[in-house]
Design a protein around this ligand. Structure first.
Ligand code: NDP
Length: 488
């Protein structure tokens, strides 16, 4: 084109086929190694958030189903799993890891269909990391006495695990892999909007010949999650989700002799100094907040840019935002998929309106959103006050608030000015500055010159309203072990 006009680049559609997923019309509960109809006799429909089309019916467990699942898990703990030598438990975990890898495409497509996340993320992040967690904890199962020398590590018993909808399979793996490696049995409740990958995982347990009752999966609403964690025969509770529900759970089980870990919300600061590698930082900031539509507890939702580079940095960030492709999550070119559910989309829209009403400047790239499904526009706010709701509250969506700072101390003070403390990021070429800032940031995970990197060997968890306890690494085992027989 010789007339000086820009070439209109368009990506051809590259949809991943959904044929690899064989959906059942109905999914029962997975209890005692088999799928059973709910004793409650009730079912609900789960949908594809990108099209709002129904995918399948899923059992709506009642309190009697919770009782049944917990008693089955207790029996499996007493009769088989709790007594099995670590090296035998490890074989099952290795087997599960291998099957997850073999069936990775099926899991990726299903995770995207039911959750709305882009296929490139479920394919390249969620599923490989879920398998990696099983590989990693399989390796620990027969080495617990080396992990905690001169102690006497024993499993806790029955673990009740409640997980959210943003990383359904990965959160399942974070919960189940260490629990089983340590010798516990589990009853897990996935989120109501994303039950299907957990039901496919039930099939993996059957394929791996896991002894019946070691893993039980029950589906149903939040009140069933509450009934599960409060059940008197549960020894350990692990929850990932909102701070509000985390507090409800904490209150509900107070005074009961249960071990508890809570992984809750966040409002992470991503701090960019003027000496940072700018292109790398732009990519990191974009990944930090638009990965998984920003529905990430550790999302870098508050960007702090050093004042001297703020203007050009924000301009380049806007340019980069305008290249994000929002749309069909099953398309391999999609960067930002569907929001997981209608309630979450309403919350994001409400927070965007709040930002405008509070006087911040809004930037949204021009892009066509699909006519059906739950989609949100990538959004950037500048001129944001520290005290505004968009700088303080977790939005859990593709919305970035940009603030500025002059000195390292000011950056730390502003970054720590939050009720949360899950994660943070620092971008600078100076190693000494990284070390000094990292020590001052009150966050469980701090990334330097990168963001949203996960590894099964590395512990993850928060301070303050982000919860307590660590998942991942050797720390993750501790949450499922009684080290000196104090609990038995
Ligand atoms: P919730 O915390 O309500 O859901 C997480 C899990 O807890 C789901 O399995 C849910 O079941 C279950 N649950 C709900 N209520 C109870 C209860 N009283 N007792 C026990 N379990 C319960 O998250 P939401 O889906 O409501 O999302 C709301 C906000 O939470 C989001 O906007 C976001 O800010 C935050 N959030 C944070 C997450 C994180 O990883 N930190 C993950 C998800 C959300 P069900 O799905 O059936 O309601």
């Amino acid at each position: 084109m010789g007339d000086g006009q820009a070439v209109p680049w368009e990506y051809a559609p590259a949809p991943e086929s959904r044929d690899i997923v064989q959906l059942q019309a109905r999914y029962g509960l997975f209890v005692g190694g088999k799928e059973v109809a709910p004793r409650s006799g009730q079912w609900f429909t789960t949908i594809d958030p990108a099209t709002e089309e129904p995918l399948a019916e899923v059992a709506r467990a009642g309190v009697e189903d919770v009782d049944h699942a917990v008693s089955v898990a207790r029996r499996a703990f007493k009769r088989s799993w709790g007594e099995l030598p670590g090296r035998e438990r490890a074989k099952y975990l290795f087997r599960i890891a291998r099957i997850l890898q073999e069936r990775s495409r099926e899991f990726a497509v299903l995770e995207t269909l039911n959750g709305g996340k882009p296929i490139k993320e479920s394919r390249d992040v969620d599923v490989p990391l879920a398998a990696a967690h099983f590989w990693y904890y399989a390796g620990w199962a027969d080495k617990l006495e080396y992990a905690f020398p001169n102690r006497d590590p024993k499993p806790l018993g029955v673990a009740a695990q409640v997980i959210p909808w943003n990383f359904p399979l990965l959160m399942l793996a974070w919960k189940i892999a260490p629990a089983l490696a340590a010798g516990n049995t589990v009853v897990l409740k996935p989120a109501s909007s994303t039950p299907l990958s957990a039901m496919l995982f039930a099939d993996v347990c059957r394929q791996a010949d896991l002894p019946p009752g070691v893993v039980n999966i029950i589906t149903g609403p939040g009140e069933i999650g509450l009934a599960l964690v409060s059940h008197p025969d549960v020894d350990k509770v692990a929850f990932t989700g909102s701070t509000e529900v985390g507090k409800t759970i904490g209150r509900a089980i107070a005074g009961q002799d249960k071990a508890l870990t809570l992984e809750l919300g966040g409002k992470a600061a991503n701090i960019v100094f003027d000496d940072a590698a700018i292109d790398q930082a732009i990519e990191g900031v974009v990944n930090g907040i638009f990965f998984n539509q920003g529905e990430v507890c550790c999302a870098g939702s508050r960007l702090f840019v050093q004042e001297s580079i703020a203007e050009p940095f924000i301009e380049r960030l806007k340019d980069r935002l305008s290249t994000l492709r929002v749309g069909d999550p099953l398309d391999k070119n999609t960067d930002v998929g569907a929001i997981n559910n209608a309630a979450q989309l309403a919350r994001i829209d409400e927070m965007v309106e709040t930002g405008v009403a509070e006087g911040a400047d809004i930037y949204q790239p021009a892009c066509d959103l699909p006519a059906r499904g739950f989609f949100a526009r990538p959004t950037l706010f500048t001129n944001v006050a520290q005290s505004s709701r968009i700088a303080q509250e977790e939005i859990f969506g593709p919305v970035l608030s940009v603030l500025t700072f002059r000195t390292p101390d000011e950056a730390v003070e502003k970054a720590n000015n939050t009720a949360y403390g899950l994660s943070a990021g620092v971008w600078t070429e100076k190693g000494s500055r990284i070390l000094s800032i990292v020590k001052k940031l009150r966050a469980g995970v701090v990334w330097a010159n990168t963001f949203n990197r996960f590894d099964p060997t590395s512990p993850f968890g928060g301070y303050k309203e982000s919860g307590f306890g660590r998942e991942g690494g050797q720390h993750g085992l501790l949450a499922y072990l009684d080290l000196d027989g104090e609990r038995h």
